[in-house]
Design a protein around this ligand. Structure first.
Ligand SMILES: *[C@@H]1O[C@H](CO)[C@@H](O)[C@H](O)[C@H]1NC(C)=O
Ligand SMILES: *[C@@H]1O[C@H](CO)[C@@H](O)[C@H](O)[C@H]1NC(C)=O
Length: 507
């Protein structure tokens, strides 16, 4: 009995103190929440009292997992993008996100009765997790609630994040979300990056943030600038990992947690299991994600895909919203819904033909499945470039989607040597001192336990100091004065000598 009590006491002393944690996810992008949901659930599983503000949080009540459902006040407008590739469209959609999405979501967030109750009742949290996407509005709410903030993303840094976090953005080698070129852009691609970086930086600063600042001011009269609040987050849990995205320059308060959403695979539904198990030559998995309607794929391109995979001995699983494909191809299993994580975990999945969303690409590297990337939108071009540079896959341009091209690319990644290398890469990916989930949870708890500042000074130093202009100017001045003095001295001495010479000649 005594032993049991002692053990219980010890366990009690060793267990981490339960924290009161708020997660605010005001963006209406379901695929982002796929990354955050497992994190918030895991925090609850480890004993913390978790409250989640979102449009998508699962509503199953649990003891220490509470949901404030924003979709009750605002209809969830599913982002349902047609599959076409055009730069103009990308930037048009980005701009809409920016100018309308952020401020629109801001108002929905702050007018929600349950959200308002949090600050009216002066609810205290130990740490607040805030999505860092196209809006900083939630940082105003977090400020009002007075707890340390941990930022989370489901993508790489966006143009307006670099500066305030003190991360150098340099178009010559830093991946850019919406653009091709990876870490080795051409001159034209650098030009594009330099332009679009500045474009979105200024749109965010002078339009989105100003609109949101004025909305926040309608509710609270003492909130500092949102930019400043963004710079003052304790940590940023960045959905990235160097094995896939390459080494990058990040300050110590930015933690790479790429892959933390991946769950242990569950058994597949019987029909999938049977279909994959019984494939003699393995299976190619085709899915263009949750935000795009595959049925908007132009007819000729769809026919090219079907014709290409029919030349291969592999079976195919294709995420397709309609019942059948044109021509009812024999080796293609279509389904509207697919348990992607569990499918990719099956050892007979040999290739993944994808739009290269970050979560999908991450699952591919986790399970060692080679990728054929057809980037369409958002961060997909940079994910595809990263996958190609890492050796995880190859890219195909949407505009080059012909049967021959698809066949050639699929054969490249189905090659046993290519696959063997991807398996090795996957081993490196999984080999970590701590799992990304443990790391994300550790730094969140750390932020609650230790109220210090961890941001890099690089975010604060004035530009002339950052570039060392003053110091170099002084050095240059000293150099110029020295050169000038030496020159004067030399000519003085020379003159003296000349005069002396002339005198001695005359004598
Ligand atoms: C946990 O969070 C919920 C929802 O925010 C709150 O109602 C409850 O009082 C909290 N419980 C504890 C023990 O703090
Ligand atoms: C954290 O530290 C800051 C700056 O020293 C202080 O203003 C703030 O009140 C502290 N917050 C908590 C929760 O202790």
């Amino acid at each position: 009995m005594l032993i049991v009590i002692t053990l219980l006491l010890c366990a009690g002393l060793n267990s981490v103190q339960s924290l009161d944690i708020l997660g605010v996810f005001p963006a209406q992008v379901r695929s982002h929440f796929f990354a955050f949901q497992p994190f918030m659930q895991e925090l609850a599983k480890r004993g913390h009292n978790v409250t989640v503000i979102s449009y998508y949080a699962d509503k199953k009540p649990r003891d220490n997992y509470h949901v404030i459902d924003l979709s009750e006040n605002a209809p969830v407008s599913e982002v349902n993008l047609p599959i076409t590739r055009s730069a103009i469209k990308t930037f048009f959609i980005m701009s809409i996100f920016h100018v309308m999405g952020g401020p629109y979501g801001c108002r929905i967030l702050l007018t929600d009765e349950n959200v308002q109750n949090l600050w009216i009742t002066q609810r205290k949290f130990d740490v607040i997790i805030v999505e860092q996407f196209d809006s900083d509005c939630a940082l105003g709410l977090a400020y009002k609630l007075g707890a340390p903030v941990v930022g989370v993303t489901s993508h790489m840094l966006l143009p307006w994040h670099y500066n305030r976090l003190g991360v150098p953005y340099n178009p010559s080698y830093v991946l850019f979300d919406f653009l091709e070129g990876g870490t080795k852009p051409t001159f034209f691609q650098r030009l594009q990056r330099a332009y679009w970086y500045s474009h979105f930086y200024f749109v965010n600063k002078y339009i989105t943030q100003r609109l949101e600042q004025s909305i926040v001011a309608e509710f609270f009269d003492d909130v500092p600038s949102l930019e400043e609040l963004g710079a003052n987050i304790k940590f940023l849990l960045l959905y990235q990992n160097f094995i896939l995205s390459g080494s990058s320059l990040l300050p110590s308060n930015i933690k790479e947690v790429g892959g933390y959403h991946i769950k242990e695979p569950k058994p597949l539904p019987d029909d999938f299991q049977k279909y994959i198990d019984e494939s003699e030559h393995g299976v190619i998995y085709i899915s263009f994600g949750s935000n795009m309607r595959t049925s908007t794929l132009p007819q000729t391109k769809l026919e090219s895909i079907i014709a290409a995979v029919q030349e291969l001995p592999q079976r195919v699983i294709f995420k397709w919203e309609r019942k059948t494909l044109p021509g009812n191809p024999k080796n293609i299993y279509v389904s509207k819904w697919l348990p992607q994580n569990d499918i990719l975990a099956h050892p007979k999945i040999l290739a993944f033909f994808s739009h290269c969303g970050l979560l999908g690409a991450t699952e591919a590297i986790h399970y060692g499945v080679p990728l054929l990337c057809m980037p369409i939108f958002g961060d997909q071009p940079s994910n595809a470039a990263a996958a190609e540079e890492a050796g995880l896959g190859v890219q195909i341009d949407f505009n080059d989607l012909t049967k021959d091209n698809i066949l050639k690319k699929l054969k490249t990644i189905l090659d046993p040597q290519f696959r063997a290398r991807v398996k090795l890469l996957s081993k490196a990916w999984r080999d970590r001192p701590v799992s990304p989930m443990d790391s994300a949870i550790f730094w969140t708890e750390f932020a609650a336990r230790h109220n210090f500042t961890y941001k890099s000074r690089s975010a604060e130093v004035p530009l002339y100091q950052y570039l060392c202009l003053d110091a170099y100017a002084v050095l240059l001045l000293i150099l110029m004065i020295s050169v000038f003095s030496i020159k004067c001295l030399v000519s003085l001495v020379l003159n003296r000598l000349k005069v002396g010479n002339m005198k001695s000649k005359r004598e």
